[in-house]
Design a protein around this ligand. Structure first.
Ligand SMILES: NC(=O)c1ccc[n+]([C@@H]2O[C@H](COP(=O)([O-])OP(=O)(O)OC[C@H]3O[C@@H](n4cnc5c(N)ncnc54)[C@H](O)[C@@H]3O)[C@@H](O)[C@H]2O)c1
Length: 439
């Protein structure tokens, strides 16, 4: 172990290493808080002045991070936030938690990673440890970060500074598995990089899982998310097949799930949502395309999942038809627009696609979501209806897109004229009701 490694290891073990988190979003803020709670002095760097100001004033813009915790850590001097990236110079250990969306063309948009790395490259110094957390295709840490961090600094990775990838696994809204206790995979560019990054994360997180390279860590995350995407695609196709066969897919799934081994339950729905599952596997298929390989499972699952909003549209049309009504001109109320239950995130939510499609067909659309006051979708901007039950009563058709737990489903079932339930939110009650159409 050389002197640079010894020094950073000492600072990590004494928790005197100054920690920088690039990006204070759903991933970065919880991570910053976990490191600050472990005793490190943490600074969050984010170009968004609103987020920075919120943290500084002791507020939280992330539901899973209580404002009281942010306020306490800021008051004690353990947590700070800034948009001035010059402060990176002072940092010993930096995690990059910036977005990795898709471009309109469906290709990876690495611009946030590149911007953050260019900024970091101005301040990288001997003894620094840098960990990329943003989900991306295998090779990003080595091909993009390493080259940018070394081209001007002349530093040698694994000797002068340490670089690793560690995928974030946070599941927003979840209480049992959090940033603190979810095992964290870490893979470095060199064995020394893994050693330093593992030593750092071990100080704050309950379980760290070292792997042999950054590429293994990058690919592990994509396996996890591709697994979910493909299985959701499979069960969505089961729903399409069951409809043609006249079989209740929800009952089939419950029956299959009684098998204690060899089966894992996934449920169909109106389409994929969120920042991860609809996007991350496409980073992998894009990378493989460049190697003349077609990631067939990903492409097929993506096609099935992407078409689910159209399937929901056809369900609404069929349901209204049964009641002798056209879609055009009739009132359709969408319940739940967040991408999953009990959260306030609408990124990539299929509800937005469903609303856009209904709107295109001339329906009078409205929505209710206890967590989201206002939305923009292809077709306009609307506010959440002010009174849930009167909106349910007035709607020609209610479409349950996200099964938030706070909804009183028996009451909704009682007063609604017609319901399309894409999540089996009504459970067994719907089976005897002529006014419920399910996926
Ligand atoms: N949200 C999740 O549930 C989740 C789970 C696992 C992994 N991830 C991955 O983690 C990464 C971050 O996702 P997120 O949900 O936290 O995104 P987010 O949009 O909530 O937060 C990202 C933050 O980075 C900031 N930012 C943009 N450019 C920056 C720069 N150059 N320097 C510093 N900050 C910058 C943005 O202002 C924003 O506050 C993504 O790659 C995502 O795929 C997300």
């Amino acid at each position: 172990m050389n002197a640079a490694q010894q020094e950073i290891m000492r600072r990590i073990q004494e928790r005197s290493a100054r920690v920088g988190i690039l990006g204070l979003g759903y991933v970065g803020l919880p991570l910053a808080v976990v490191f600050a709670e472990a005793g490190f002095d943490v600074t969050g760097f984010d170009p968004d002045p609103v987020k920075v100001e919120k943290v500084r004033s002791g507020q939280s813009h992330i539901r899973d991070v209580p404002a009281e915790q942010v306020a306490r850590l800021v008051a004690s001097g353990k947590l700070a936030a800034t948009s001035d990236f010059a402060g990176l110079q002072e940092m010993d250990a930096v995690s990059i938690c910036v977005p990795t969306p898709l471009r309109k063309t469906g290709d990876p948009d690495l611009s946030f990673i590149i911007d953050a790395t260019v900024e970091l490259a101005r301040h990288v110094h001997a003894g620094m440890v840098i960990v990329l957390e943003s989900t991306t295709y295998p090779g990003t840490t080595r091909e993009i970060l390493l080259s940018k961090l070394t081209e001007r600094s002349g530093l040698v990775v694994g000797q002068d500074f340490f670089l690793a990838f560690s995928p974030e696994r946070v599941d927003p809204g979840r209480k049992d598995w959090t940033t603190l206790n979810t095992p964290k995979v870490v893979g470095g560019i060199t064995p020394a990089c893994t050693e330093v990054a593992v030593a750092w994360y071990c100080q704050a997180l309950q379980e760290v899982v070292p792997v042999s390279s950054a590429e293994v860590a990058e690919m592990a995350k994509l396996l996890e998310n591709t697994f979910r995407m493909v299985n959701i695609g499979l069960v969505n196709e089961m729903a399409l097949m069951c409809e043609r066969l006249g079989i209740d897919v929800w009952e089939v799934i419950e029956a299959a799930a009684t098998k204690p081994f060899g089966f894992m339950k996934f449920t169909p729905g109106p389409g994929l949502g969120g920042h991860c599952i609809p996007i991350d596997p496409l980073y992998l298929s894009w990378k493989l395309r460049a190697l003349n390989y077609t990631a067939r499972f990903i492409e097929l699952a993506s096609e099935i999942n992407t078409n689910m909003p159209r399937y929901v549209l056809s369900k609404v049309q069929d349901a209204l038809n049964e009641h002798g009504k056209p879609l055009k001109g009739n009132r359709v109320l969408v319940l739940g627009v967040a991408y999953k239950p009990d959260i306030d995130d609408i990124r990539e939510s299929p509800a937005l696609d469903v609303l856009g499609l209904l709107n295109q067909k001339g329906a009078q659309v409205s929505f209710h979501d206890p967590h989201i006051p206002h939305i923009r979708f292809d077709g306009g901007e609307i506010d959440c209806v002010p009174d849930l039950m009167s909106a349910v009563r007035q709607a020609d058709c209610v479409v349950i897109i996200t099964n938030h737990s706070s909804y009183d489903y028996p009451a909704i079932l009682e007063v609604a004229r017609l319901i399309v339930d894409t999540r089996n939110a009504l459970g067994a009650q719907r089976r005897n009701s002529a006014k419920v159409f399910s996926l």
